[in-house]
Ligand binder design. Structure first.
Ligand code: PGA
Length: 241
């Protein structure tokens, strides 16, 4: 089980990010692996704060260009590795929507991440309209097919867009069906290597629903947004894994 916290563009100050990191350092041992993904500006501080703990560090994005150079405003996978990050979230629906990230761009970012030894956490998910229209599985399958390079190794996160930050979650049957479909797609494309590609669930994971969601078949962990900004909630979710 991997329980990953996606802090998004939070908290507003470095002092608050450090306070959250210090609270997480008190995490009691859990069988689940813990990962926090703060904003770029807090990565160096969090790397220092979490050194020697069981909590890993990830970023929320990286450049598609693997190497240093003339790319104003970009942060490379190599820079993230240098700061101590092991993982990077790529293709989150907020970036697909707000930054117009395409499957092709996400595929290039995955290649850049892997070139520098970062483990990508690749997000896929459907809108409410797409689910109502019965297209959830085909949309997600298309995102998966187009986003992953042929030599993919890493983690998938299924995050229904309508469940993110809304307090809504899909039914156990819907999560089970989607994760089974994703697992089958990965197995069809990557063969036995698919067994080493955990599929996280994300979207309104809270202490109250984590145990039920994490118990479902082919759910290899959770990508947690809002609840990861509260140390007690994040650690309660981790304990449920
Ligand atoms: P949420 O966000 O837990 O606040 O719904 C999840 C995510 O966007 O990764």
């Amino acid at each position: 089980m991997l329980i990953a916290g996606n802090w998004k563009m939070n908290p507003p100050t470095l002092a608050e990010a450090e306070a959250l990191g210090r609270a997480l350092r008190l995490a009691p041992p859990t069988p689940a692996t813990l990962l926090v993904c703060p904003p770029f500006t807090a990565l160096a501080s969090l790397a220092a704060l979490l050194r020697g703990t069981r909590i890993g560090l990830g970023a929320q994005n990286c450049a598609a260009t693997p190497d240093a150079g003339a790319h104003t405003g970009e942060i490379s996978a190599a820079m993230l590795r240098d700061l101590g990050a092991s993982h990077v979230i790529l293709g989150h629906s907020e970036r697909r929507a707000d930054q117009a990230e395409s499957d092709a761009l996400i595929r290039a970012k995955i290649a850049a991440a892997r070139a520098h030894g970062l483990i990508p956490i690749v997000c896929v998910g459907e809108t409410a309209d797409q689910r109502r229209a019965g297209q959830a599985e085909s949309i997600v399958a298309a995102q998966l097919a187009a986003s992953l390079p042929d030599d993919f190794a890493g983690i998938i996160a299924y995050e229904p867009i309508w469940a993110i930050g809304t307090g809504l979650t899909p039914s156990a049957a819907d999560v089970t069906a989607m994760h089974a479909a994703l697992h089958a797609d990965l197995a069809a494309r990557f063969g036995a290597r698919a067994e080493a590609m955990p599929i996280l669930y994300g979207g309104s994971v809270k202490p109250g629903n984590a145990a039920d969601l994490l118990a479902l078949p082919h759910v290899g962990g959770a990508l947690v947004g809002g609840a990861s900004l509260n140390a007690a909630d994040f650690l309660a979710i981790a304990a449920a894994g």
